[in-house]
Design a protein around this ligand. Structure first.
Ligand code: FPP
Length: 249
């Protein structure tokens, strides 16, 4: 199988890591073992993306809505996150990865939040791949948060409502520093966004695979990247316009 063409890699890859629970249930295991297997897939995927040259990798690790899951499952996910920060510290620091988070991380318990924040701070000067963990994250909540800040500026008389445009809303999003996701990949056969990067994914290519997240291997990632490389991204223009723009002068 050929490698994905490096010149057509997504700059920003965003992944909805779905199917841990079903993977475990199909094997007669408790759901938390599916999440544990999913954490290993996180390690493989981070390494592969770093080696391939992805600039930003955003992983949907825990949604705002996931707080409503049974308490023991939430606890197991928090423990995995804690262990990830502990176990992957050198992988992150030694490879120039900048770890960061998007979402309402203040809701995480302090025993998870503190070491996570410490590693984010420690890796903040790294210039390699950005690894963004979406934690207690919701796309609608994120847009509300940005709009609320703009409304406060208007109320304080510092902002003219007529000056509110797309860029102003985008500046208030967690992802303001990065390019929008070029490719959103979801595992485990479901074809929906589930409140993930709703604003930012307006022009993202979407890729769905039946592979459950714990089974996700580098070959599956490369398959997705090859599909992406063959998509024509038109951003509302015609195909002919895009080909003209890409033609060498
Ligand atoms: C969705 O599968 C997955 C999650 C809600 C959690 C994702 C977490 C991990 C991959 C492991 C921990 C993360 C890190 C960064 C160490 P699901 O449980 O909804 O699966 P189902 O649809 O089959 O029930």
């Amino acid at each position: 199988m050929s490698a994905p063409p490096l010149e057509r890699l997504p700059r920003h890859l965003a992944i909805i890591m779905d199917g841990n629970g079903r993977w475990a249930e199909q094997r007669g295991l408790p759901r938390h073992q599916g999440h544990a297997a999913g954490a290993k897939a996180v390690n493989r995927t981070v390494t592969a993306c770093r080696e391939l040259g992805i600039e930003v990798l955003t992983l949907y690790a825990f949604s705002e809505q996931n707080w409503a899951r049974p308490e023991d499952e939430v606890e197991a996910l928090m423990q995995l996150l804690h262990d990830y920060v502990h176990d992957e510290r050198f992988e992150i620091l030694d490879n120039g990865i900048r770890l960061t988070t998007i979402g309402d991380v203040d809701r995480l318990p302090a025993w998870v939040r503190r070491p996570l924040q410490a590693l984010c701070d420690e890796s903040a000067g790294n210039r390699g791949m950005v690894l963004a963990l979406a934690l207690s994250y919701g796309g609608r909540e994120e847009v509300v948060h940005s709009v609320r800040r703009l409304a406060a500026e208007v109320a304080a008389g510092r902002l003219d409502p007529a000056a509110i445009d797309e860029a102003a809303i985008a500046r208030g999003l967690y992802t303001a520093q990065w390019p929008d996701p070029d490719l959103v990949l979801r595992t485990s056969g479901e074809a929906r966004l589930s409140n993930f990067l709703l604003w930012q994914s307006a022009y993202a290519e979407l890729y769905f695979t039946d592979v459950a997240w714990p089974d996700f291997q580098r070959e599956h990632l490369e398959e997705a990247l090859r599909h992406y490389a063959h998509r024509e991204r038109r951003f509302g223009k015609t195909g002919a316009q895009i080909r003209d723009e890409e033609a060498p002068c």
